[in-house]
Design a protein around this ligand. Structure first.
Ligand SMILES: *[C@@H]1O[C@H](CO)[C@@H](O)[C@H](O)[C@H]1NC(C)=O
Ligand SMILES: *[C@@H]1O[C@H](CO)[C@@H](O)[C@H](O)[C@H]1NC(C)=O
Ligand SMILES: *[C@@H]1O[C@H](CO)[C@@H](O)[C@H](O)[C@H]1NC(C)=O
Ligand SMILES: *[C@@H]1O[C@H](CO)[C@@H](O)[C@H](O)[C@H]1NC(C)=O
Ligand SMILES: *[C@@H]1O[C@H](CO)[C@@H](O)[C@H](O)[C@H]1NC(C)=O
Length: 199
């Protein structure tokens, strides 16, 4: 089931002292079968080039994403509050696209040394705003130090800021069943991974 993410680079065999070549570290996955994304992923860390977005992410206790066929649900927890945002996603080759009324999101999955992780680079665009985020998701709450180190290396290769690392002891929100009302409510909001201004 996790075959896509098991197609890892041979990072493990490379000596720790030698800096890993960036061209190997930031290689997009060539094929992405959406089915391998099915189910729940926990956000482990995120590097966001927009500092306001990064600050918002820091204020969140936990973030999960659930892929269900062509539907994507993001759940943010802040304190006792759980926000559910449901969006449709489309795949074209290895590019994942999401749209809200004002924002277009274009995601690329990168190779990762971590067997049950997904590294997602996300371009966010509106008419007046552009940002890039790099996220590390896992089926686990927390990854091994070596896996985090490899993610940090990817972040550096992409010249992105130091990642926000989520606290694995904070509670996750419960899963929510498919609900189309939520979908229409969130359609006009920019309430994606990075963000915050969920108006
Ligand atoms: C996913 O959606 C497609 C088209 O909408 C449908 O044919 C298929 O049965 C769905 N698969 C699952 C697992 O829900
Ligand atoms: C989002 O993409 C669509 C089609 O690709 C385009 O028509 C639209 O103008 C874009 N919206 C923004 C806010 O960039
Ligand atoms: C983030 O990256 C995007 C795309 O490269 C760029 O347009 C934007 O200005 C960057 N933002 C910051 C705060 O550097
Ligand atoms: C997944 O989507 C299908 C419809 O495509 C829906 O019937 C099912 O309840 C959803 N599963 C979850 C866990 O939301
Ligand atoms: C997702 O797609 C379904 C069916 O194509 C549509 O009814 C729904 O409004 C869409 N949801 C969003 C948030 O765009």
């Amino acid at each position: 089931m996790f075959a896509v993410f098991a197609t890892v680079l041979c990072l493990v065999s490379v000596s720790r002292s030698a800096p890993l070549a960036c061209e190997n570290l930031v290689r997009p996955l060539e094929r992405l079968d959406p089915l391998h994304l099915e189910g729940r992923w926990t956000l482990v860390a995120g590097s966001l080039n927009d500092s306001a977005d990064a600050a918002t992410l820091k204020g969140r206790d936990s973030v999960t994403i659930d892929f269900n066929n062509s539907t994507y649900t993001q759940v943010n927890r802040v304190g006792d509050k759980c926000d559910y945002d449901l969006l449709n996603i489309t795949f074209e080759g290895h590019i994942m696209s999401l749209q809200t009324r004002n924002y277009n999101f274009s995601g690329t999955f990168f190779q990762t040394s971590c067997p049950d992780c997904a590294v997602l680079s996300l371009d966010v665009k509106s008419q007046s705003f552009k940002s890039v985020d790099l996220y590390l998701f896992s089926r686990r709450r927390e990854v091994k130090p070596k896996e985090m180190e490899d993610f940090r290396a990817q972040v550096e290769c992409l010249n992105m800021p130091a990642p926000v690392v989520m606290d694995p002891t904070k509670e996750l929100c419960p899963e929510q069943v498919h609900n189309t009302d939520d979908a229409s409510q969130s359609a006009s909001r920019r309430c994606f991974l990075n963000n915050l201004q969920c108006k």
